[in-house]
Design a protein around this ligand. Structure first.
Ligand code: G6P
Length: 610
């Protein structure tokens, strides 16, 4: 996820672009840049690694003047955060500048082709190919060129384009990545999201997939992929700026919960290549066959994703997996044998304990991989991009992790599937079926988000509870650990997760009238066992909220007090749907209790100290 802005009018473009970028910094903040067309018709670009303040300082030292331009705040996906990789990118002559949000999937093939035509690349990004492609196709009309280029680019993009040969225009295009445009009082604006242009106009147009727009001082013109002029429906923004930055959601946590279908899709798509092609996983078939053990190490939510990983990797690949807490692993003088794989999971890529555990594993000679959400982070750099599996959740702002966790568990499934197939432990047709199911998961996740209303009502009635237990078996136990953490993090309600079969070995002593137990039920093979545990719970007077698969509903109705249903799904994938109501429950409890949802007390998003 990155932020794009564009301006054309009579005023100085730079301050308007910088103000817009500051409103979009939640979309990315590892580097930023602007390209401005000056009075002599020359495109000038300034870019700076790091927060937007670095670019501000650069522009103070060396101002850029002009009345049209584009800007970008980056969240790296291809190439580390650096001045060079920051956008805008230009063609070799420097006359065409572009800012991009999304992923160009065929960038490698395009890069080779363009290099063979003499284009000189200066960055490691997927984006730069677009600038060169436009330049090689350009015959005096950027609108036609852009439509032509879009036929050649695969992937997702929102693009803003500045072209010195057409100085009185700005261009933009959209496929899968959002883009909003607006025009008022002799000026026109482009942005990834409404907050960036809300100070200038409340009447905007959302570009649709496949559409392009040409902006000028006279207004905006939108065209479909055939180049036919459209009459897009205008949208009048009624929100204020602070809610607009959260996309209209009350909190970042809720917004990020709602971004999970997209996060799932973005993480899956680059790994959904040809059957049997696992080149995205830096483990050869030979290495996979020789693997004797996998150790997954992480902290907090990422550790819970690791426990999920243990279940699915063992199930599909038949390799023994150990999941450990990083602060424990680093000091227990771990035993690392031959043919062992070490996987560190970290959203931020900066967690001190995870980094130390990783170094410890390396010191013992383990082959290491990282699962990480932040390109250019310390862990990603330490392991190297080639050995880092990036989750494409986009920047996560709320301290309590939701969408990053979702992509981490998805990545665990993808690793399990790849290793299972490479080792011959998982029949190829079964691997294909699972991939097919993964492809439809985002749509099902959208459906699950509709449970929010019921959870809000239920949480309102439960907000005074002081203790909540979470139970489940197998993968549902792995989920319960994360659900309990989420609740305690944001609502400060004491919560504990137990393997359902373990309750009777102690915690059942705490069950009494009115205690709340949240059960997750997604595994048909364990249903009978879980139901008998629920009866033990009910017999002690506790009440049960169950998150349950639709196709198991008939067995569960009547056994619990409140039922939240998720769509029927493959056994290994249903937990990814079940986590959504559990996150929403934690969120709704926190809201009902008046907590500071996005910044819970005593917690930090990234823990860089021991
Ligand atoms: C902190 C955060 C958690 C996160 C954990 C690990 O405790 O508050 O949300 O799960 O660190 O962070 P990482 O960035 O390594 O995934």
């Amino acid at each position: 996820m990155c932020g794009i802005v564009g301006y054309i009018g009579d005023r100085e473009a730079c301050p308007i672009l910088m103000e817009g970028l500051s409103r979009l910094s939640y979309r990315g903040y590892d580097s930023a840049g602007v390209a401005i067309l000056d009075a002599d018709g020359k495109v000038n670009v300034h870019k700076a690694k790091g927060r937007l303040e670095n670019l501000t300082a650069l522009l103070e030292r060396s101002p850029l003047h002009g009345t049209s331009g584009i800007g970008h705040t980056r969240w790296a996906t291809h190439g580390e955060p650096s001045d060079r990789n920051a956008h805008p990118h230009t063609d070799s002559a420097g006359g065409i500048a572009i800012a991009h949000n999304g992923i160009i999937e065929n960038h490698e093939a395009l890069r080779k082709h363009l290099q063979s035509q003499g284009c000189l690349f200066t960055s490691q990004t997927d984006t730069e190919v677009v600038a060169h492609l436009l330049s090689t196709l350009y015959k005096g009309d950027m609108k036609t060129t852009l439509l032509q280029a879009m036929e050649m680019i695969h992937g997702s993009y929102a693009l803003a384009i500045l072209c010195d040969a057409e100085p009185d225009k700005l261009f933009c295009a959209r496929r899968e990545s959002p883009l909003v445009i607006g025009a008022k009082d002799g000026a026109a604006y482009i942005a990834s999201d409404i907050p960036a242009i809300l100070a200038h106009t409340r009447d905007v147009v959302f570009l649709q997939d496949g559409e392009i727009a040409v902006l000028s001082k006279q207004g905006v013109a939108v065209y479909n992929r055939a180049g036919v002029l459209q009459s897009p429906a205008p949208y009048h923004v009624t929100w204020d700026l602070s809610s607009a930055e959260k996309g209209g959601y009350a909190h970042y946590m809720l917004k990020e919960i709602h971004e999970q279908p997209l996060a799932l899709q973005s993480t899956f798509t680059p790994r959904n290549v040809d059957p049997g092609d696992y080149r995205w996983l830096p483990v050869t078939a030979q290495e996979a066959k020789a693997l004797r053990k996998i150790t997954i190490v992480a902290c907090g939510t990422a550790y819970h994703a690791g426990i999920f990983g243990k279940y699915v990797i063992e199930r599909l690949s038949r390799i023994p997996v150990e999941a450990d807490i990083a602060s424990e692993y680093r000091y227990r003088d771990p035993i690392v044998g031959e043919n062992e794989l070490f996987i560190a999971i970290s959203q931020s890529g900066e967690t001190a304990d995870t980094l130390a555990a990783l170094r410890e594993a390396k010191r013992h000679g383990a082959k290491v991989l990282a699962v990480c959400n932040v390109v250019g982070s310390t862990i990603a750099r330490e392991v190297g991009d080639a050995h880092t599996l990036f989750t494409y959740a986009g920047p996560e702002i709320a301290v309590a992790s939701t969408k990053a966790y979702m992509t981490q568990v998805e990545m665990m499934l993808l690793i399990a599937l790849a290793l299972g197939d490479m080792r011959g432990a998982l029949p190829a047709e079964e691997a294909e079926r699972l991939r097919g199911e993964l492809a439809v998961l985002p749509a099902k996740a959208e459906q699950v988000l509709l449970t929010e209303k019921d959870l809000r009502r239920f949480a309102d009635s439960m907000s005074q509870k002081r203790h909540v237990f979470f139970v489940g078996r197998g993968l549902d136990f792995a989920l319960s650990l994360e659900a309990a953490l989420k609740l305690k993090e944001v609502s400060y309600v004491f919560s504990e997760a137990y393997a359902a079969g373990e309750l009777k070995h102690g915690p059942i002593a705490l069950l009494q009238d009115g205690r709340l137990v949240v059960a997750t039920i997604t595994q048909p093979a364990l249903l009978d066992k879980t139901l008998s545990n629920l009866r033990e719970i009910k017999a002690r007077g506790a009440m049960v909220l169950a998150v349950c698969r639709e196709d198991l509903k008939d067995r569960v109705v009547g056994e619990v007090d409140e039922l939240i249903l998720i769509p029927a799904a493959e056994d290994l994938l249903a937990p990814l749907l079940a986590i959504i109501p559990l996150q929403l429950f934690a969120y709704c409890m926190a809201v009902a209790r008046g907590c500071d949802v996005d910044k819970p007390r005593n917690l930090a998003k990234s823990v860089t100290v021991e």
